[in-house]
Design a protein around this ligand. Structure first.
Ligand code: ADP
Ligand code: ZN
Length: 217
C-alpha cells in the first residue's frame, strides 16, 4: 500500500504514521524528518533549507521533490510506504504522481484551537525524532526520550509566531490538495475534535480504513 497522510501541521500525522508503519511493516517517510536531518548534517543544502524551515515557510518544491524522489528510490519502498508531510503543494502532488502510484490519501481534520495548543506543547527527541507532548503525551522522565534517552527540545518552528505562519501556509498551499485528491476519488477523512483523544484511537480508525481499501468486502 502506498499511502499519504494529509493534514495541517500538528494534526498528529507524524505520531500516527510512526505507529501505523510499525503495524503495517512499511517505511514511514516524513519530509519534515528528512529536512531536519539535512539541517543537522550542516550541508550547503541544509543551510539553504534551514532559512525556510525556521520561518515556517515551505522549502521550494524543486529541492523537496528531489529529496523525496531519492528516498522513494530506496528498495525498502517497493512494497509500499506511508508519506507524512508530502505532498504539500499541487506541484508536489504532480511530481509524486510521476514517481509513484498512490493508493490512498488519509485526510486528518483537526480544529485550529487544538493545533495551536498541541504544537506549542510539543517536544521532540534530538536523537531519534520521537514526538512527545507536555500535556497529552508526556515522556516518563522530564525532557528525556523514553526510547533512546536523548534530550527533548522544542522545535524552532513550534514557537507561537511561527505556528500561525505555518497554519497560513497550510491553508493557502496545502489545503487545495484536498479537492485535488477528492477528484481522483482517493481521499478518506478522519476527524479528531478533542485534544485529549488518545492517539491510539485515531490510529485504529486509520487502520480500519486501510484494511477496507486493501480487502474490500
Ligand atoms: P509539521 O509539523 O508542520 O507538519 P514537518 O515536520 O512536516 O512539520 O515540516 C517541518 C518543516 O519542513 C516545514 O515547515 C517546511 O519548512 C519543511 N517541509 C517539510 N515537508 C515539506 C514539503 N513537502 N514541502 C516543503 N517544505 C517541507
Ligand atoms: Zn529518542
Amino acid at each position: 500500500m502506498k499511502i499519504v497522510l494529509l493534514g495541517p501541521p500538528g494534526s498528529g500525522k507524524g505520531t500516527y504514521a510512526s505507529r501505523l508503519t510499525t503495524i503495517l511493516g512499511i517505511p514511514h517517510i516524513s519530509t519534515g524528518d528528512i529536512v531536519r536531518d539535512e539541517i543537522k548534517a550542516q550541508t550547503e543544502l541544509g543551510k539553504t533549507i534551514k532559512e525556510y524551515s525556521d520561518k515556517g515557510e515551505l522549502v521550494p518544491d524543486k529541492i523537496i521533490n528531489e529529496l523525496l524522489a531519492k528516498r522513494l528510490n530506496n528498495p525498502d519502498c517497493e512494497k509500499g510506504f506511508m508519506l507524512d508531510g508530502f505532498p504539500r503543494t499541487i506541484k508536489q502532488a504532480e511530481a509524486l504522481h510521476r514517481i509513484s502510484k498512490i493508493n490512498l490519501i488519509i485526510n486528518i481534520n483537526v480544529p485550529d484551537e487544538i493545533i495551536i495548543t498541541r504544537l506549542s506543547n510539543r517536544i521532540i527527541c534530538r536523537k531519534c525524532g520521537t514526538i512527545y507532548n507536555k500535556l497529552t503525551l508526556k515522556p516518563k522522565k522530564d525532557n528525556i526520550c523514553d526510547k533512546c534517552s536523548g534530550d527533548l527540545y522544542q522545535r524552532e518552528d513550534d514557537k507561537p509566531k511561527v505556528i500561525q505562519e505555518r497554519l497560513n501556509v497550510y491553508r493557502k498551499k496545502t489545503e487545495p490538495l484536498i479537492k485535488y485528491y477528492k477528484k481522483k476519488s482517493l481521499l478518506k477523512n478522519v476527524h479528531c475534535n478533542n485534544l485529549m483523544t488518545p492517539p491510539q484511537e485515531i490510529v485504529e480508525k486509520i487502520k480500519s480504513i486501510i484494511d477496507r481499501v486493501q480487502k474490500p468486502k
